[in-house]
Structure formats: structure tokens, C-alpha cells
Design a protein around this ligand. Structure first.
Ligand SMILES: Cc1cc2nc3c(=O)[nH]c(=O)nc-3n(C[C@H](O)[C@H](O)[C@H](O)COP(=O)(O)OP(=O)(O)OC[C@H]3O[C@@H](n4cnc5c(N)ncnc54)[C@H](O)[C@@H]3O)c2cc1C
Length: 464
């Protein structure tokens, strides 16, 4: 299916051949955010094609699965306009439903947590507004999966999609996040289900478990965390980033000893460790770049699970609900690796050996590395358009998302959002995706401007 933006008419179809051609693969949050940044940052007219087999425009599965899903970032951290820090708050203030819900009490809205559905409506609203301001841009939505990206023989990149179709583009933004989901990911709760297994120890798994219980879909959930860790809580009172005056050591062991000690001191002073963690995270990119490949490997093996549990935190209310459910026996947490999933339960691998855990339904919320599993990502790596990061999480990118191969950067191919997690810490989170998409738009704008000037130069030097 092809959908065209409302202003597209058949009389324009010839004109669009002359426009710069840009593709975005994926219409999750990252894809939509990239489109907004392009509408704002690219000065010349362009033709944008957005690919995704999912029929509707999504703002990420993460923020779309259920209206009951509450985001784990506070309102203050969810602006999609880097120039307007409180853009989301301003939007909420104008939203009738929220005005009604909060009355005149907007004081604490910045620090509150909102449903994913609300954020989705905000992002889509901003997408529509940004598009309306660009009558010179043609947007086309193709409900197709992209199967390959290659260099085009003349210039630019060629995309293969659907049943053997191909199109040439000047720039391609890969925003395929956690890959194509199969329909079993969204399986309905079977009738008469009493027990569920939820696999994963992250915020998504906890969210799913709490929703199943609160909606009365099951009476017991086994939460299987391979590391045994579960997400920590945000501080009750909102804290920003707290910085210490001592420099952070540049080794893995030194940096984490420093973090632990600073967090313990802050806790002892009644300030909570969360501010220290926030400050540490704002230095994470520099630290990460300074680590040796061996230290990065050690991080993945020994530190990542505990780091993740402190990085992606639950709203305090959810944290209380989780621990209440654990205390009352509604949730049982198991530290184990899931070896196999069957229709009637899972096969667990534990230090004591294998164990079958029966259940009426199973939901898999494990972190899926965005790169390793994805055939499209594998193909661009094997064709030399990009290289994998050393942890095998995704692909190597710079701060704009531009990919590089073994020898040079690959002009025109960008891998956005979670695909760059092996290069950029926190690039799976909204604030970082917002900054990256604007940086990418600025970089592409400079490059398209350069190309246009070169083209004019060539025409003006052609002898008459
Ligand atoms: C429960 C939960 C809560 C979260 N809360 C927060 C929060 O509060 N704050 C925060 O900052 N972050 C949060 N996150 C993280 C953040 O939302 C995600 O990292 C982000 O949504 C990722 O979006 P994405 O578009 O990159 O990927 P995805 O959501 O995975 O979207 C990728 C899209 O690409 C499409 N696609 C894939 N392959 C192809 C292909 N070959 N061809 C065409 N299309 C393709 C897919 O169909 C999909 O629609 C949360 C995550 C979860 C799971």
C-alpha cells in the first residue's frame, strides 16, 4: 500500500523526480522523530519515503503497546524539540483531556509520568504540524519491508523492498529499531489463562507483568530475569543530574568504583543515588570512548545488567506496585535463562539444571539487540556499508548516526536510535534520539546544499 501526503497530486508526480530523495526505514518513534527533524532542518524541497510494513504510523512499540503503559521518563525529559526544553509540558497544558484531569494544578506536571498513548499523540501532533509547514516536501508512506540497501551504480543508495521493487535515494535513514515484529509478539491473552511467564528483567517486562495483573488477565506471573536484577525506582522527588567535583577515572573498574562511592555518599546524605547516576550518564559517552575493547567486553559481561537496572528506572508508584506484588506472591521472580519457549510454558536453565515451568501464556520482553538479529542490518554490514560494533549490539555510528565501514564514513547512510547503542550510550532513549535526529538533519542539509552548489557550478561552466 502506498499513502501519499495530502498535498501530493498527480500534477506533482513529474516534479518530484527532480527533488532530493530521502528514505526512512521504520516508522517507530525514531523514524517519526527523524522525519520531524528533516522537515525542520532540510532547507531544500525533498521527497521523503517512509517504509514500514506496519499499517499505521507508530510512535514506537515501546510507547504504543497499551494505553496502560506508563512511560519511565518524566515529562521534563520527553520534549521532542531540543530548542524548547518544556515543549511536551506546553503541549500537555493545551491538551483538553490533561487540563481537565489536572485542573489548575500544573505545578508538578514536569516531574510526572504519563501514559505512552499521551506521548504518542504528542509526537504525532508535532509530526503533522511540522509537515504542514513544509508544502514543498512530498511524503510517501510505503507499507513494505525493506530487504536490502546497496550502493547505486550511479550515485546514492538503492533500496530493495516488497516483491523485488527497487528505488534510488540520496540519503537513507535506517530507523528499524528492534526489527520487524512477528504477530506472536502481540498475541492476545488466551481465555481462562490463570498464570503467565514474562521473560525479561527490564522495564518492559515489569510493565507487562503489572498490566496482566491489574487488568485481571492472570492471577500469577513468573518474571524470569536472566541476571536476577529488576529495574530500580526513580527518586520520589525529581532530581536532575548531580556532578561531583572529582574527575571520573577513565577505567571501567575505576569509573564504577567512583560511581558506587558517590552514590552511597549521596544516599547517606538523604539525597538519593539517582542524581549521581544521572550525572554519570551525561559523561557516559566520553567514558565509553576511552575504554579499551577488552574493557567494553567486560562491561557487557559483568556490569551491563546492574547498570541497566539503575539506568532505566520505574516510576516510584510502579516500583511500589512491583514490590507489593512480589511480597503478596502475585509475582515470583526467577533468576534463570530461558532455553526454550513452548505453548504450555518455558524450559529454564538454572544453576541446578533444566526445569520446565508451565504457564497458560508466555510473553517475551527480552532485550533484542537491534543489530545482530536483523537480516537487513547484517546485509549492510556484509556489503561493507557499515560495520558492527565490537559488542555485537548494533552498528558503529557517529553522533549524527552516520555509519562507517572499515575504511571511511559512508555518506548518505544513517543508522538512528537503538541501532547505535554499541557506539553511543543511551541512544535508545527519547532525549538522545531527539538530539541525534536534529544533528543528522543538519549534517544532511549541509551536504545537500554543497551538492546543489556543485551542480550549479557545473551548469554555469558548461560552454554555451
Ligand atoms: C515499555 C517501554 C517503555 C519505554 N519508556 C521510555 C521512556 O519513558 N523514555 C524513553 O526515553 N524511552 C523509553 N523507552 C525506549 C524507547 O521508547 C525506544 O528505544 C524507542 O521507542 C525505539 O524506537 P525505534 O523507532 O527506534 O524502534 P521500534 O519501536 O522497534 O520501531 C522500529 C520500526 O521499524 C520497522 N522496521 C523494522 N525493520 C524494518 C524493515 N526491514 N523494513 C521496514 N520497516 C522495518 C518496525 O516494523 C517498527 O515499526 C521505552 C521502551 C519500552 C519498551
Amino acid at each position: 500500500m502506498t499513502l501519499l501526503s495530502p498535498r501530493f497530486s498527480s500534477s506533482q508526480s513529474e516534479d518530484i523526480d527532480h527533488l532530493a530523495k530521502i528514505a526512512i526505514i521504520g516508522r517507530g518513534f525514531t523514524g517519526i522523530m527523524t522525519a520531524i527533524a528533516l522537515f525542520k532542518g532540510i532547507e531544500c524541497p525533498f521527497h521523503l519515503v517512509m517504509f514500514d510494513p506496519r499499517p499505521k504510523i507508530d510512535i514506537g512499540e515501546a510507547v504504543n503497546q497499551s494505553s496502560a503503559t506508563v512511560l519511565t521518563s518524566r515529562v521534563r525529559d520527553l520534549s521532542i524539540d531540543p530548542a524548547v526544553r518544556n515543549d511536551f509540558r506546553q503541549w500537555l497544558e493545551k491538551d483538553d483531556a490533561w487540563r481537565h484531569r489536572l485542573g489548575s494544578d500544573f505545578v508538578d506536571i514536569e516531574d510526572s509520568f504519563v501514559p505512552g498513548e499521551t506521548f504518542r499523540t504528542y509526537v504525532y501532533g508535532r509530526f503533522s504540524e511540522a509537515l504542514t509547514k513544509r508544502p514543498d516536501v512530498v511524503v510517501q508512506f510505503l507499507s513494505e519491508s525493506v530487504t536490502a540497501i546497496d550502493r547505486h551504480p550511479q550515485a546514492g543508495l538503492s533500496i530493495a523492498f516488497g516483491a523485488g521493487q527497487r528505488k534510488r535515494f540520496d540519503a537513507v535513514f535506517l530507523a528499524s529499531g528492534y526489527g520487524l515484529r512477528d504477530s506472536s509478539d502481540e498475541a492476545a491473552t488466551p481465555n481462562a489463562a490463570r498464570t503467565a511467564v514474562v521473560i525479561g528483567g527490564g522495564v518492559q517486562a515489569v510493565d507487562k507483568a503489572l498490566i496482566l495483573l491489574s487488568e485481571g488477565k492472570v492471577s500469577h506471573v513468573s518474571l524470569i530475569s536472566e541476571s536476577g536484577f529488576l529495574p530500580q525506582s526513580h527518586a520520589n522527588a525529581a532530581v536532575g543530574a548531580v556532578f561531583t567535583d572529582q574527575p571520573i577515572p577513565r577505567t571501567l573498574r575505576g569509573a564504577f568504583r567512583f560511581l558506587r562511592q558517590a552514590a552511597m555518599r549521596a544516599d547517606a546524605q538523604g539525597l538519593g543515588w539517582q542524581g549521581i547516576m544521572n550525572g554519570f550518564r551525561s559523561n557516559a559517552r566520553d567514558l565509553w570512548e576511552g575504554l579499551t575493547p577488552q574493557e567494553r567486553g567486560r562491561f557487557k559481561r559483568h556490569v551491563q545488567a546492574v547498570y541497566e537496572s539503575h539506568r532505566n528506572r520505574l516510576p516510584p508508584e510502579h516500583y511500589r506496585r512491583l514490590h507489593h506484588a512480589i511480597e503478596t506472591g502475585a509475582i515470583t521472580v526467577r533468576k534463570a535463562k530461558v532455553d526454550r519457549i513452548a505453548t504450555n510454558g518455558v524450559l529454564l536453565s538454572t544453576p541446578a539444571g533444566f526445569e520446565v515451568l508451565g504457564s497458560d501464556m508466555t510473553i517475551d520482553c527480552r532485550f533484542r539487540p537491534s543489530g545482530a538479529d536483523n537480516p537487513l542490518v547484517r546485509s549492510i554490514v556484509s556489503d561493507g556499508l557499515a560495520k558492527s560494533d565490537e559488542l555485537g549490539i548494533g552498528i558503529v555510528v557517529d553522533e549524527c548516526g552516520q555509519t562507517s565501514n572499515a575504511r571511511s564514513s559512508c555518506r548518505g547512510l544513517f543508522a538512528m536510535g537503538p541501532l547505535g547503542l554499541g557506539s553511543i550510550p543511551d541512544i535508545d532513549l527519547v532525549p538522545q534520539i531527539v538530539l541525534q535526529s536534529h544533528a543528522a538533519a543538519a549534517s544532511l542539509n549541509g551536504w545537500l546544499g554543497e551538492a546543489a552548489r556543485e551542480a550549479v557550478g557545473k551548469t554555469s561552466t558548461v560552454p554555451g
